[in-house]
Design a protein around this ligand. Structure first.
Ligand code: FE2
Length: 256
């Protein structure tokens, strides 16, 4: 097994097709193309990409163009569910081994020295998230199988509050249950989420909980309301680098 590898993470693309704009204003079609080009021009190409939810904004017909563009990535992609995604439609675009026996997009990537677990936290057509009972059972089985391998967990909704009035009430609503489950497994090193459209990091009981900022638009973490909010149109990708047992992370600006 290789001692070094890199994950590219892209989150909250809120993709729309060429004819539309996000909120009638933001060109997330072009932004996604820019994100792919930024990835393809990196000095070192990630081994694979995790796209951590809210792939499309609001209409499942956008998946077709989204996944056609994904063919331009030089490496495999692993799509995840977000609250804006449509599970049934998304399932038809992903390989069957990314779907668990209950139809959730819960899967592991196991061929690297870090065990990678991707969790489906979406409740369809609801903004907040949850880990269903079957997902928590699935997670516990996976953790039990690999108690000695360092593990990193990806999920769309944060399991913790980040200090944002806009996002804390729409987080994963049973995050406490999740944290008490993973606290039994000292090999869980990091939890990385999307959804919050900003950069955040906190260490709780030795586990780092951090966000991947959005590839489309950022919300200020201190915003009190989303009315007349000036959004930052800088998009980011995240690089997660594993080097001989050490994990380092970096957010890279998407080039326009
Ligand atoms: Fe979201």
């Amino acid at each position: 097994m290789q001692n070094n590898f890199m994950i590219g993470q892209i989150s909250d693309t809120h993709f729309v097709d060429k004819k539309h704009k996000l909120f009638d204003k933001y060109d997330t079609y072009k932004r996604f193309i820019d994100a792919i080009e930024t990835c393809n021009q990196l000095m070192k190409t990630p081994d694979f990409y995790i796209i951590s939810g809210d792939l499309i904004h609001d209409n499942e017909i956008f998946y077709k163009d989204f996944f056609e563009l994904c063919n331009k990535f030089k490496r495999p992609i692993y799509p995840m569910m977000g609250n804006h995604d449509k599970r049934k439609a998304l399932r038809s675009f992903v390989k069957s081994d990314l779907i668990d026996e209950n139809g959730y997009l819960n899967y592991t990537i196991s061929s690297y020295p870090l065990e990678i677990i991707c969790l489906d936290t979406a409740i369809e057509n609801v903004i907040e998230g949850t880990l269903s009972e079957s997902t928590l059972d699935w997670l516990e089985k996976k953790l039990l199988n690999n108690t000695n391998k360092p593990t990193i967990i990806f999920m769309h909704h944060p399991p913790i509050e980040i200090g944002s009035l806009l996002f804390d009430h729409i987080k994963c609503n049973n995050g406490k249950e999740f944290i008490s489950l993973i606290s039994k497994y000292k090999n869980v090193k990091e939890v990385i989420f999307g959804h919050v459209h900003c950069s955040f990091s906190e260490i709780i009981n030795g586990v780092e909980f951090s966000s991947c900022p959005s590839a489309s638009i950022q919300y200020p973490i201190g915003a009190k309301s989303d009315k007349n909010l000036e959004l930052d149109t800088t998009g980011f990708i995240k690089l997660i680098n594993y080097n001989d047992g050490t994990i380092s992370k970096e957010n890279i600006k998407i080039k326009n």
